[in-house]
Ligand binder design. Sequence first.
Ligand code: ATP
Ligand code: MG
Length: 254
Amino acid sequence: MHAAIETHSLTRRFGDRTAVDGVELTVQPGTFYGFLGPNGAGKSTTIKMLTGLLSPSAGTVSVLGFDMLDQSQSLLAKRQIGVIPENLALFDNLTAIEYLIFIGRIHGLSRETIRARSAEMLEMLSLEKETTKLVLEYSHGMRKKLSLAAALLSNPKLLFLDEPFEGVDAVASLTIRDLLSNFVSRGSTVFLTSHVLEIVERLCTHVGIIMNGKLIEQCEMKDIQASGSLEQRFLQATGADKLQTPRLNWLEQS
Ligand SMILES: Nc1ncnc2c1ncn2[C@@H]1O[C@H](COP(=O)(O)OP(=O)(O)OP(=O)(O)O)[C@@H](O)[C@H]1O
Ligand SMILES: [Mg+2]
């Protein structure tokens, strides 16, 4: 069986800066993968290349066995994946329901299926009273929830979630965590980025840490937990455990 995600020497340059530098990733189906790294490490750039939103400067990307650099194969992969992209990329002048119908129709779902699934998800995410509002009028957390509903709508095999918990309230966070755990336990795959290490530690089965564009760690969560916490491992791997937090003396003077 093919891997859910496989990359070789995946590289993306912006001018003379290498944002993603020779990344070798293998994610097996049924994995809950946490992709971690400091700000600017290359996480979102990697997700964009994995989902066909951005072309690599070099290297290969295979998703669900399809070559993402081949246009017709990448289309087959895109039918089976769901994405929360970094910038959410919603359509501001549609209502939530109109937006979900639009996404559902792109995936070839019937209107009845879209309506039934949308109603269930919007209720689950406490958006059921907001369905007539334009997306433009949504708060940040509401936009994030709608983006998740859109990503799930087609019942994908693989979800790419760039910071799914950022900006959502505690109740929604719990709902999303349960939903994603059930999604993975049926054999589907989640690849997410998050800075909330407590959530990643609770949810993920595998972790990759990227820094300055290079994958510096790829391991199973149980191996990390056998020798301490994810936060300790993250700080060690990134060298942040040896740094002293600088002080702003002027801020400490009254
Ligand atoms: N379109 C772009 N043009 C130029 N540089 C870019 C572009 N997109 C990303 N970069 C650069 O690539 C590097 C990686 O950015 P990326 O957005 O992948 O980081 P990230 O790990 O997702 O960070 P964060 O945790 O802050 O979301 C950064 O140095 C960023 O400035
Ligand atoms: Mg990012």
